[in-house]
Ligand binder design. Structure first.
Ligand SMILES: [Fe+2]
Length: 236
């Protein structure tokens, strides 16, 4: 490891520590009520925004190089119904089939301190998640990455069973948003750095295309979601 790497690792470690020290300890009672009704809640100010944005800015150029495309084209055969489609990229060791590639990504996660950070952050969030959604066990950390125009059409993740995702989103130069289906219409949940989107099982949600914040801007927008996956304790 070069001195430069050591400095970089120290900066990351300081940000991880700052984020964990800043985890909100109080649960707004409305969070658990709304979650029980919709299996989704955006909890404001769960993490301090400044170190989260700084962390994402540091990680983005690294993760951007190793992100795997996740794509499905819409089917247009039935003129009455467009089938689902999505285009984004993912950085997730657990979703890589090749043993060698998975080991390489796991090694990078270890080097960046992400494996330990995910597990420790999950333990810091445990009280909050238990209060909102019941007792869950931590399953892993991964990232979802979006470029301009990337999106996911409406879906329920029904094939993922009872998984619960805690997502922390940061958009750079773009307007990122998640939409959840509520009372027959899509409801907007803008990316708010530090807010936790708790996405429960079998609820309709979609990610509209990432768009530029300003048409005159020359830099490309990006959006990154730091995701912690949980499973209900009885599934362990
Ligand atoms: Fe989803």
């Amino acid at each position: 490891m070069t001195p430069r790497d050591e400095t970089f690792t120290a900066v990351l470690d300081a940000l991880y520590a700052e984020l964990m020290a800043g985890v909100a300890q109080k649960c707004d009672p409305s969070w658990s009520t709304q979650y029980s009704e919709t299996r989704f809640i955006q909890c404001a100010d769960v993490l301090p925004a400044t170190p989260l944005i700084r962390l994402m800015n540091l990680l983005h150029p690294i993760l951007d190089q190793i992100a795997q495309p996740v794509e499905m084209r819409h089917g247009t055969e039935d003129l009455r119904a467009l089938t689902d489609g999505f285009r984004l990229r993912r950085v997730d060791p657990s979703s890589i089939k090749s043993d060698r590639s998975r080991a390489q990504m796991q090694a990078l996660f270890e080097k960046l301190g992400l494996t330990d950070f995910g597990a420790e952050m999950a333990s810091h969030l445990d009280g909050l998640i238990t209060e909102i959604a019941g007792p869950h066990g931590y399953h892993g950390i991964f990232f979802q990455m979006y470029r301009e125009g990337d999106y996911i059409s409406g879906h329920t993740d029904v094939h993922m069973g009872d998984r619960l995702d805690a997502q922390f989103l940061v958009s750079h130069g773009g307007t990122g948003v998640l939409r959840t289906l509520e009372d027959g219409f899509w409801k907007l949940h803008y990316d708010k750095p530090g807010a936790m989107n708790l996405v429960g099982p079998r609820m309709w949600h979609e990610v509209p295309p990432l768009i530029k914040r300003d048409l005159a801007q020359t830099d490309q927008p990006w959006r990154i979601g730091l995701c912690l996956r949980f499973l209900p304790n009885e599934a362990h």
